[in-house]
Ligand binder design. Sequence first.
Ligand code: ADP
Ligand code: MG
Length: 327
Amino acid sequence: MHEFKLIQKYFTWDKPPRDVLTTVGDDAAVLDIPPNKQLVTSIDTLISGVHFPENTAPYAIGHKALAVNLSDLAAMGASPRWFTLALTLPEIDETWLEGFSAGLKALAQQHDCFLIGGDTTRGPLSISIQVMGVVDTGKALLRSGARAGDKIYVTGTLGDAAAGLQSILNNSNRNKNSSLENESVAFCQQRLNMPTARVVESNIIKHFASTCIDISDGLLQDLSHILEASDVGAELDLSQLPLSSALMTLFSSTTKGSQQAINFALTGGDDYELLFTIPASREMNFLGIVKGKAKVTCIGTITNAEQNIITDKDGNRLTSSGYNHFE
Ligand code: ADP
Ligand code: MG
């Protein structure tokens, strides 16, 4: 199959939104940005064997490649609009392309985010997506706005993706004792392979939060980015960490297991939950609005601690050692 035919068949979508003036097929895309909005853009690359296990289903790869980018926009309080796709393929495998493009398109349609162009080359499998969104002028959620006394919140549950990755690396999804354990492993692997970008949650959070970040490298690591940018510290209540029942099923039967679950929640990457701070004065209002619409959990408080130190409730220091590609 010729490259142009491949682009035409899998990546030329119909019904572009009205703000897309030219799209896939021209030399570049031309976009209208609404008045009183700012453009928010980010790029993330997924490399086979690094960002997803090599045997990951192509549908999940398509989903995840866009989800991790939508997650960055959600962390900024921006609404997704468009994206470009730079795809490097080892060969033209139509079964793979069918699955990949279907996973990509399903998530794109769910969030009204349109594919406006890209690049296609041959080489080891790698997928780069640059996403673009818009935010009301001056309203982007930066990392620098946290103040002592702000409450620290997260969406969803933490640590599932890390447990899912461990089960894949250990090939421990076989021969579990019970169907409950099998379901729990499947749940954690699904959280790793098909992460939910918290776009809906962001839409509520953006009206109340003083900072926001998405958790891609682990809670402690990503929290430390907020602390450094805002020059504050944090105290976490580890008993409040939101753990899924799947993670509890797999790990909480022993003390050592419970510790492992908490370590996954503190340092495991790939959860793509939002971590954000809410000024105490807005907390009641926030909880009233968010109730029934999104799962959020208060896990601690921003402090005046020097050197951006994170402690637990007993004053023990918690150090971040999330995933770092160069260590
Ligand atoms: P050029 O040589 O002008 O850069 P390309 O052959 O790279 O053109 O791309 C032709 C058209 O197809 C362009 O509009 C480009 O944006 C689009 N395109 C190429 N690869 C992809 C892809 N993987 N997904 C979406 N659009 C793509
Ligand atoms: Mg090109």
